[in-house]
Design a protein around this ligand. Structure first.
Ligand code: ZN
Length: 231
């Protein structure tokens, strides 16, 4: 049934023109993913260059992090929210690819992320991954990898507790600061690596702090943090 649905969806895409990932208007021939208007109005957070940015400060005192940054603000424009929703729930992979490219270019420009030699997307819990079919953070990470010219490791960091299945916020907060949310499958492959951890949205930082702590304990060298949007 799912395959039939996907086939129909692909067929529909052939019949109808692509829509802007943010505003839903039909894209012109020379536009990709976003219309010119939405592209010009993306709410960039401009954190890559700034060593004292507020995302970086979330990690201070929690886990040693070399540099951290986001690409966009989440709350300052509905565009970011729509884009990430389309990527996460509607298989608009091209949105993740575009955002990943923009983000990777910003990191390269800053010169603060040059040491990275591996990217790890924040993993979904296996049950969640099975249900959803893909990890939106992995889509972003794969796109970044081609620009940063480093491999993506999808199987080294494991999510042991399905925090996403609990919709209650207090439940998430209760779990997220517990170190056992994440574990490392093979610490030998993490040892000495300079790792960029990628997530779609950062709010309190709890998920990324837990991820970073697991990698740090497994013997990683320098840790870098990146999220597309900052809530
Ligand atoms: Zn648009």
């Amino acid at each position: 049934m799912k395959k039939l649905y996907q086939a129909l969806q692909h067929f529909t895409e052939l019949l109808y023109p692509k829509l802007c990932g943010a505003c839903g208007l039909h894209l012109l021939e020379n536009e990709t993913v976003l219309c010119v208007y939405c592209r010009a109005l993306l709410p960039f957070s401009n954190e890559s260059h700034d060593p004292d940015n507020s995302t970086e400060k979330l990690f201070w005192g929690n886990v040693p992090v070399e540099a951290a940054a986001t690409l966009l603000f989440f709350n300052k424009s509905a565009r970011t929210q729509v884009l990430l929703h389309q990527l996460k729930y509607h298989q608009r992979f091209e949105i993740g690819e575009m955002l990943g490219e923009l983000f990777a270019q910003a990191l390269v420009h800053s010169g603060r992320f040059d040491a990275i030699n591996m990217i790890i997307p924040v993993p979904l819990h296996p049950e969640r991954a099975k249900f959803r079919g893909y990890n939106q953070s992995a889509v972003i990470a794969n796109s970044m990898a081609s620009i940063l010219k480093v491999p993506v490791a999808n199987k080294l960091l494991l999510r042991k507790i399905n925090t996403e299945s609990q919709t209650k916020k207090n439940r998430i907060e209760r779990f997220d600061n517990v170190e056992c949310v994440f574990s490392v499958a093979s610490p030998d492959e993490v040892k000495g690596q300079n790792i960029l951890i990628i997530d779609d949205v950062i709010t309190t930082g709890a998920t990324l702090i837990s991820s970073a702590q697991a990698l740090h304990q497994a013997g990683s060298n320098e840790l870098f943090i990146g999220a597309i949007a900052k809530a």
